[in-house]
Design a protein around this ligand. Structure first.
Ligand code: GLN
Length: 380
């Protein structure tokens, strides 16, 4: 039976394609973003304890109260932002669910949503499946700065939302104070909402500050801020994230969340609540990943791979123009099959512009993994 596709230009996500190819060929997988080392064993013990103590039924739709309180307390202490845990914090089944629900809660057919490319591959489909139109603005290689004049020119009476991601996957750049000031000038006094994907909020390098939407009144008032415990606690497979947003936005958000997943894994929420309340893990995460970034770059020094600046996330873009003229997808496939290292081509995140000659490598890996991968890469 044939059905008319709602997403005719969407295929299988690049992360599934490249991780499968890495598995099939036995390549080192620096493609899909996930650690190849384990989480804190105490976190697993805590989950097991909550399971044994019988916390195995549905969690409240909004999330376990202790976890929502811990999330709210984190925003208060890091950003001076007050979110009501009962009406403004929702636990989701991963960041991707939070992004989808935020878009679906806000976007009506015919609405326009501004997205910046390169952008995470779920954004545009989320807009389109709600009948919205993605207005794609290009961040240009190699600095990926936001062209705020173009953003201003792209805003129309139909603009319903701006989707932001800082630190930015895949380009590893961050919004700074000037970007925030420009954004405030653009949206102040308008009905434009913001979906701010801040899942790499705790992985930010060289002493920079994470400019959360929560820090700025004009932005906080209109933002769905999406977070992810997978990135922060090395548990991407647990698929637990959250969304904080003002009460009026959260009310609409929960109308979607309650029918998309209803609620999220109960014992894991209890365990994460303990870790977050004790401020475990996230304060040292930037230093942990900065060391891995620096190790990876040291191992590649003197090779034909030219690193771009990675300011946050656990990704590093490497320019391969001194190695080959191939398109990024072709080269990523050949690099996996012939040289045993899988990466992600940035063309998967692009709509309007042609892809630069760079590949994205994930350095959330054991030092040995990074060493073996680098040994292979430097031979090119
Ligand atoms: N966020 C991860 C990445 O960019 C992928 C998550 C997924 O595969 N859905 O690599």
């Amino acid at each position: 039976m044939n059905i008319t596709s709602k997403l005719p230009s969407v295929g299988t996500t690049i992360f599934t394609v490249m991780s499968k190819l890495a598995a099939d060929t036995g390549a080192i997988n620096l493609s899909q973003g996930f650690p190849d080392f384990d989480c804190d064993p105490a976190l697993v013990d805590a989950v097991a304890r909550h399971m044994r103590e019988g916390r195995n039924q549905y969690a409240p739709m909004q999330g376990v109260p202790a976890l929502r309180q811990a999330i709210a307390a984190k925003y208060q202490s890091l950003h001076g932002a007050a979110y009501d845990p009962d009406t403004e914090v929702t636990v989701t089944s991963g960041g991707t669910e939070g992004i989808f629900d935020a878009v679906a809660a806000v976007v009506h057919p015919g609405d326009e949503v501004i997205v910046f490319e390169p952008c995470y591959d779920s954004y545009v489909p989320a807009v389109e499946v709600s009948g919205g139109k993605a207005v794609v603005i290009s961040l240009r290689y190699p600095d990926y700065a936001v062209p705020w004049d173009e953003v201003r020119a792209a805003i129309t009476p139909r603009t319903r939302m701006i989707m932001l991601n800082s630190p930015l996957n895949p380009a590893a750049v961050i919004l700074d104070a000037d970007d925030i000031a420009a954004l405030v000038r653009l949206v102040d006094g308008t009905p434009i909402t913001i979906m701010s994907d801040e899942v790499y909020e705790h992985i930010i390098f060289d002493g920079a500050r994470h400019e959360s939407m929560a820090r700025h009144d004009v932005l906080r008032a209109r933002s769905f801020i999406v977070g992810s415990f997978g990135k922060t606690y090395h548990v991407t497979g647990w698929k637990v994230g959250y969304v904080v947003a003002p009460a009026a936005l959260t009310t609409e958000f929960r109308k979607l969340h309650q029918f998309v997943t209803f609620s999220t894994n109960t014992p894991i929420q209890y365990a994460l609540a303990e870790f977050l309340t004790e401020k475990r893990g996230y304060p040292e995460l930037s230093a942990f990943y900065q060391r891995k970034r620096d190790l990876f770059l040291e191992l590649l020094a003197g090779s034909k791979w030219k690193p771009l600046k990675s300011r946050g996330t656990y990704f590093q873009l490497l320019d391969y123009s001194a190695i080959t003229d191939e398109k990024d997808m072709d080269f990523a496939l050949r690099l996996t099959k012939e040289h045993g290292v899988a990466s992600i081509p940035t063309s998967a995140f692009l709509y309007n512009q042609s892809a630069p000659k760079v590949l994205r490598f994930c350095f959330a890996k054991k030092d040995e993994t990074l060493k073996t991968a680098a040994e292979r890469l430097v031979t090119l």
